[in-house]
Design a protein around this ligand. Structure first.
Ligand code: AMP
Length: 414
């Protein structure tokens, strides 16, 4: 028997329903904020990630799925979405268009990491990128979008961590100070962190080993070495988040694993996830477009781990379908039902009635099973009055409406 590759998994029904739902709600949410979908290839030139994700990142050092294709080119299965989006932005000169440079993507990513709970070799990210906005108001909005999305999905008990990791002016002198301090403790650090002392000491803060965590607690933190511009940017970000009423915690040790971040970095974590506690991570990358010989365009984005997001969905999570179920009582009501079905379908309203069960109670329970958002009840009284009972199954509200009012109500809500 041939089985699936380690670190990959099939998404089978009925679980796939959850995937369709989170993808749908994410799309709706991002579109609501003016973002447009972008789809880039799953494989790219290896150099794109070496240059973008960064040669000192753990992803590039250890986790890339790289192979030589039949034409002798080095190809890599994308480990993250941002470099591909940046490449497309430059290649198609999207920045010359007048539309806002706000994109989202949904798709599989590949990292050759040790598989464990919450960490796979093929996993999925739902991500978003904004270009051309320097103002911290956009940093706050990007964080607010995720907060909004998680609330829509009914996910609670999430902690938002934020930090600033400075810019190309204030980070290099800080890194020197950090390096000196880390060097003093080099022998006590794990082999990976010993290497990081020279390649990128900021990465030591990402290490999950207890000894390194304890040592790093006492290392100098970038937040205390920010230049005035970065300090002001961060302080404004906090003010905007306060304005939104979003709770957050400043985590001076939050460094994030990728090379390209500048200023704002953030993570949403949940205790329910166990060791791999980050649902999503993101940050600003003001120099990345330039690194790829594009124009000087600042950027900011995040990527949500879809597998982790799904594992946090509340058990009862199930969105009602935009469907109207007509339940009727008696032969006359049945005739009226047929005519109303035709009338509503012409108005593009998704509706059904079933004819095998004459009992009203059973029809209502069928509506429930089908997850209908609305039920229309037509009985003798309703026929006489030409007013029908419309029941909102989510909110439990009931209204009496004539045909025209019905269309108005349904097109408003559906
Ligand atoms: P990153 O691109 O590393 O910042 O990751 C962003 C998010 O993707 C993380 O917060 C996780 O939710 C998710 N993620 C990253 N790597 C994996 C993986 N190997 N398996 C599953 N989810 C992952």
């Amino acid at each position: 028997m041939i089985s699936s590759i380690k670190g990959t998994k099939d998404i089978l029904p009925p679980e796939v329903k959850k995937w369709q739902l989170i993808e749908k709600i994410a799309r709706e949410t991002f579109e609501l904020y003016g973002y447009k979908e972008i789809r880039t290839p799953i494989f790219e030139a290896t150099e794109l990630f070496e240059k973008g994700t960064g040669e000192t990142s753990e992803i590039v050092i250890k986790e890339m799925y790289t192979f030589i294709d039949k034409g002798g080119r080095s190809i890599t299965l994308r480990p993250e979405g941002t470099p591909g989006v940046v490449r497309a932005l430059i290649e198609h000169r999207l920045y010359l268009k007048s539309t806002p440079l706000r994109f989202y993507y949904i798709g599989p990513m590949f990292r050759y990491d040790k598989p464990q709970k919450g960490r796979y070799r093929q996993f999925h990210q739902i991500g978003l990128e904004v270009f051309g906005e320097e103002d911290p108001a956009i940093d706050a909005e990007v964080i607010e979008i995720v907060d909004f999305l998680l609330k829509r999905l009914g996910i609670s008990q999430i902690e938002i961590l934020i930090n600033s990791i400075g810019c190309k002016k204030c980070r290099p002198p800080y890194l020197e100070i950090l390096k000196v301090e880390a060097e003093k403790h080099k022998k006590e650090l794990c082999p990976d962190c010993q290497r990081k002392v020279y390649t990128n000491p900021l990465r030591i803060f990402d290490c999950k080993k207890e000894k390194c965590i304890n040592l790093a607690d006492n290392f100098p933190k970038i937040i205390d070495y920010l230049c005035n511009e970065c300090k002001e940017h961060f302080s404004k970000l906090k003010n905007y988040l306060n304005l939104y009423g979003i709770e957050y915690r400043v985590e001076p040790k939050l460094a994030r694993g990728l090379d390209y971040y500048t200023k704002t970095v953030f993570e949403f974590i949940s205790k329910k996830l166990g060791a791999q506690d980050a649902v999503l991570g993101g940050g600003r990358y003001d120099d990345l477009v330039k690194i790829f010989d594009g124009p000087s365009l600042p950027g900011i984005g995040f990527a949500i781990g879809a597998e982790r997001l799904i594992s946090l969905l509340p058990e009862e999570f199930e969105e009602k379908e935009d469907l109207l179920y007509i339940a009727y009582l008696g032969d006359e009501a049945k005739k009226e039902t047929l005519s109303i079905l035709r009338f509503l379908r012409k108005k593009n309203i998704k509706c059904i009635a079933e004819f095998k069960d004459k009992n009203l109670k059973n029809q209502l329970s069928r509506a429930n099973k089908l997850n209908a958002k609305w039920v229309l009840i037509i009985g003798e009284d309703e026929l006489r009055e030409k007013k029908y009972k419309l029941k909102d199954m989510e909110k439990g509200i009931q209204k009496e409406l004539n045909k025209e009012e019905l269309v108005e109500e349904l097109t408003k809500k559906l």
